[in-house]
Design a protein around this ligand. Structure first.
Ligand code: MRU
Length: 368
């Protein structure tokens, strides 16, 4: 049995030091390039530049970033600097803050000489837990997909048509992904699928999803973000599944910009809209979506487009002049009432405080 693909791995240098390698997501889908990360600054820079992206993966890589930082300075000041540097890299995905808090909780009580080994172990534990959670999300999501496939048993001749947004697959996590985990599970069960992959402007993370699905042999079609409403109206979407960067205590969901428009269209056409996310994406300290910080990214992400030239070499082209005013909010909030249900590693939950706190009773005390 081949092992599930992962976007990160650890290696030892000739001097015996551990070094992290990540798949550089700014070079995909055009080139597969493993980027070595051997310091705090390298990790923070890779997260900022989105060479590493996706809420769960950002958290895991930041945890390894703490370990790399401690290999140079394991005293309190070294730990504090690492946490503050990494925490400032991406504001919306709460998995980052969650992983850093977990590292601090484990490391602060230890004397400096015991911290480095404990940091590597804790980062490994966070990574393995993420992989296990995604497998569980896949199985819970699979039961939903099977139920939807049964509902349309009068149309057995066509595959279940699923729309997703951004990339919430294995590239964005340690293994399997969140929104894509149920698709991988369904494909493994032999269910016929057709996936609508929305491009996800401005950074086109949909192309990462297309790459993943093509590697897995799952049929898909890339569409412009604006095609979603039309396809839903035409009856060509049975289910929408997205990931999340943060879920507030009331079930409001922050996810890649454009998610809310899909949820609105899905509601109009009575199409189920699911959000798949692990417990590390829940933030009970945010009472609702208004408390979630929305990252504003560089306008060059709109002004410039990446692709291949006629000789198949990666190139960047300018489509908007440098002086043109642009705005680039990276995430939006989908109100809980538009979310049919959340798919978590602990099961399916209504997108509400009651639904979430039933599955995650330990978070109740964190409510704002
Ligand atoms: O800006 P990105 O590419 O890091 O945003 C990623 C998303 O919005 C994903 O949908 C989300 O992180 C879930 S990933 C499993």
């Amino acid at each position: 049995m081949t092992s599930a693909p992962r976007p990160l791995r650890l290696d030892k240098t000739s001097s015996g030091a551990l070094r992290l390698f990540v798949l550089d997501q700014t070079r995909l889908p055009y080139e597969v390039h493993w980027l070595p990360l051997d310091s705090l600054d390298a990790v923070a820079g890779a997260i900022r530049r989105m060479q590493v992206r996706g809420a769960p993966l950002i958290g895991v890589v930041a945890a390894y970033g703490v370990a790399l930082a401690l290999s140079r300075n394991a005293r309190d000041a070294g730990l504090a600097r690492a946490v503050s540097e990494l925490a400032g890299t991406r504001p919306t995905a709460v998995n980052l803050q969650w992983a850093l808090a977990r590292m601090q909780q484990r490391l602060i009580p230890l004397p400096p000489e015991r911290r480095l080994e404990a940091a590597w172990r804790e980062a490994d534990a966070i990574a393995e837990a993420d992989a296990a959670q995604n497998r569980a999300i896949g199985q819970h999501g699979l039961t939903l997909l099977q139920a939807h496939a049964r509902e349309r048993s009068n149309q057995k001749d066509r595959p279940l048509q699923i729309m997703t947004h951004c990339n919430a697959g294995w590239l964005a996590t340690v293994e399997q992904g969140t929104a894509l985990a149920p698709l991988y599970a369904a494909h493994a069960e032999g269910m016929a699928l057709q996936v609508w992959v929305s491009e996800t402007r401005p950074r086109n993370q949909g192309l990462l999803t297309a790459w993943e699905l093509s590697e897995a042999g799952i049929p898909y079609t890339v569409v412009a973000d604006n095609a979603a409403g039309f396809l839903m109206a035409e009856g060509q979407v049975d289910v929408v599944i997205t990931g999340a960067d943060r879920v507030a205590a009331n079930g409001d969901v922050a996810n890649k910009i454009g998610t809310c428009l899909k949820a609105l269209a899905a509601r109009h056409w009575a199409i189920p809209f699911y959000v798949a996310a692990p417990g590390s994406t829940l933030d009970f300290q945010c009472a609702d979506g208004r408390a979630i910080p929305i990252e504003a990214r560089d306008g060059d992400e709109l002004r410039l487009v990446d692709g291949l030239d006629a000789a198949n070499c990666p190139q960047r082209l300018r489509q908007i002049s440098q002086t043109e005013p642009v705005a680039n909010p990276a995430f939006d909030i989908t109100p809980a009432e538009l979310v049919t249900a959340l798919i978590t590693e602990r099961g399916i939950a209504p997108a509400s405080w009651e639904g979430l706190s039933r599955l995650y009773p330990e978070l109740r005390h964190e409510s704002a």
